[in-house]
Unconditional design. Structure first.
Length: 232
C-alpha cells in the first residue's frame, strides 16, 4: 500500500511539473498578444478591430527553465486567422524554440450575400449588402463596394451572410488571343505605353504573352479591358 501511495504521489508531481514547464507567464502572453495585434493591423483596414485569442503549448513539451523568452513572428507566417507565434529562450541553461497557436480575428465592413446564391449566378445589387464580419476568418480578399461586384459571376455557392471573397468569383477574360492590346511597361521611375498582339487569352490577373510589332515577345499580366501590364 505504501509503495502504491508513493507511486501515485510521484505521478502527480510529474504532472504538476509538466504543467509548470508549459505554463506561460502572463506578462509574456501580453507581449504575444501585442505582437500579433501589431502585425495584424499592418495588413488590416484602418477602421478594423483586431482581437487575438491565445492558445496553449502542447502539454507534452518539457521546456527547461528560461529567464528570458522572446516572442517573434515566424518567417512567412500571416497574422490572420489561425496561425502561430514563435517563442525562443534567449537566457537559459538550454536554448529552446517552440510555436504557440493563436487565432487573430479582424473585424471590418465587407460585402456579403443577402441570401443563398448558387454557383454561376450573375451578381446583382439586391443580392449584396454590407456587414461587419471577421475578414480573417477565411482566405481571400473581401470587397467594400457592392457596385464593383455587380455583373460578376460566382465560381462557387455562397450561403446567406457569407462574405463575397475574390476566390469565390470567376476570373474575367479581358481579351482573346490575337486581339490588339495596350501594353504599359513599368520600371523604376518611368513607364511607357505601346500596342502588341495577345498570344493567349487575357484572364484577370494572370500572365499572358504578347508580341510587339518588332517581333519581340514578352510576358505581362492582364489587368483590364485589352490592357496588359509589363513590369521591367
Amino acid at each position: 500500500m505504501l509503495r502504491a501511495t508513493l507511486l501515485f504521489v510521484c505521478l502527480c508531481a510529474a504532472v504538476l511539473t509538466a504543467r509548470a514547464q508549459t505554463a506561460l507567464d502572463p506578462a509574456l502572453l501580453e507581449r504575444v498578444r501585442a505582437l500579433a495585434e501589431t502585425a495584424a493591423r499592418a495588413a488590416a483596414p484602418a477602421s478594423a478591430r483586431v482581437a487575438v485569442e491565445i492558445g496553449q503549448l502542447d502539454a507534452r513539451l518539457r521546456l527547461a527553465p528560461c529567464a528570458q523568452v522572446q516572442p517573434y513572428l515566424p518567417p512567412g507566417m500571416s497574422m490572420w486567422g489561425r496561425t502561430r507565434i514563435g517563442l525562443r529562450c534567449t537566457e537559459g541553461s538550454t536554448r529552446w524554440n517552440v510555436t504557440l497557436p493563436v487565432r487573430v480575428a479582424v473585424f471590418g465592413k465587407a460585402v456579403v450575400a443577402t441570401g443563398p446564391l448558387p454557383a454561376g449566378v450573375n451578381l446583382s445589387q439586391d443580392q449584396l449588402a454590407m456587414a461587419d464580419i471577421d475578414i480573417a476568418a477565411e482566405p481571400g480578399a473581401v470587397f467594400t463596394e457592392p457596385g464593383l461586384l455587380v455583373g460578376r459571376v460566382l465560381a462557387r455557392p455562397l450561403a446567406a451572410g457569407d462574405a463575397v471573397r475574390a476566390p469565390a468569383l470567376k476570373s474575367r477574360q479581358w481579351f482573346a488571343a490575337g486581339e490588339t492590346v495596350q501594353v504599359l511597361a513599368v520600371g523604376e521611375g518611368f513607364s511607357a505605353a505601346s500596342e502588341a498582339q495577345a498570344l493567349g487569352p487575357g484572364l484577370e490577373g494572370q500572365a499572358v504573352r504578347v508580341r510587339f510589332e518588332s517581333g519581340r515577345v514578352a510576358s505581362g499580366r492582364a489587368v483590364g479591358e485589352r490592357r496588359v501590364e509589363l513590369l521591367l
